[in-house]
Design a protein around this ligand. Structure first.
Ligand code: NAP
Length: 223
């Protein structure tokens, strides 16, 4: 199951897993106007899901009750305004980005933990960013996005410990700087390269790696 599958990396995850004969539960805010998602090959089952709508998350978890999920990918994310100037931070937009990037992944993960526990790979992967690494922050700025990704890193690290007894692997993934609407056209890699690497990391990690933060090429990233 993938959140935010309407475009960018989420769409590419759906495309690659679909081409690889997986059953893909592709979720997005607007399941009617899905555009490209509707045209991709494979067993793609589209469900409406705004990850900030907790009631909708619970309804979908109920609807899919009994469905085993090998991999849950918390991909949906928001950059928000760049906000490099501490004096000019837009606090309302900051709250919205925190809601999407830090709170929603936990709500989705906990709602679907029974589904993941019933799967064979038992993996919950969350798309975070190197910009959320405190160790790697040598240039400052981007208050909103950085803090939201640092927060989700802390959240998922805790969840990894909580779900360890169930053998569930909780990992954090940096996709690289990718050419999507968020990454922009100057980014360094395309979505296909990023997602191929991320899928390899997902396939090659298990309970021993739970609570780790990886680059798309498998290299560990400092917190
Ligand atoms: N691209 C990069 O260079 C880069 C680098 C580091 C980390 N990341 C992370 O990778 C993930 C995917 O990024 P991307 O580059 O593919 O971004 P993107 O092109 O901007 O796409 C974002 C996706 O998230 C969805 N989304 C946003 N808010 C949502 C909500 N409330 N409910 C459901 N879906 C929602 C969007 O849906 P709509 O179509 O409905 O808006 C869209 O499908 C994000 O978590 C991002 O922070 C990206």
């Amino acid at each position: 199951m993938i959140t935010g599958a309407s475009r960018g990396l989420g769409l590419e995850f759906a495309r690659q897993y679909g081409a690889d004969s997986w059953t893909v539960l592709a979720t997005c805010r607007d399941p009617v106007g899905v555009g490209e998602l509707a045209t991709i090959a494979g067993d793609i089952q589209v469900h409406g899901l705004d990850v900030t709508d907790h009631a909708q998350i619970e309804r979908l978890a109920d609807e899919l009750s009994g469905v085993a999920m090998d991999v849950l990918i918390n991909n949906a994310g928001l950059y928000g305004p760049r906000m490099d100037d501490a004096d000019a931070v837009d606090y309302a937009q900051w709250r919205q980005v925190m809601e999407t990037n830090a709170l929603s992944p936990l709500k989705v993960a906990t709602a679907f933990t029974p589904h993941v526990a019933a799967g064979s790979l038992k993996t919950i992967a969350t798309l975070t960013s190197k910009m959320g690494s405190i160790a790697d922050n040598t240039s400052g700025g981007a208050y909103i996005y950085r803090s939201s990704k640092a927060a989700v890193n802390a959240v998922m690290r805790s969840l990894a410990w909580d779900l360890k007894p169930q053998g569930i692997n909780v990992i954090l993934l940096h996709p690289g700087w990718v050419k999507t609407d968020m990454g922009g056209s100057n980014a360094l890699i395309d979505a296909e390269t990023s997602v191929s690497g991320l899928r390899r990391v997902i396939a090659e990690t298990g309970p021993r790696e739970t609570g780790s933060f990886f680059n798309y090429d498998g290299a560990p990233i400092p917190w």
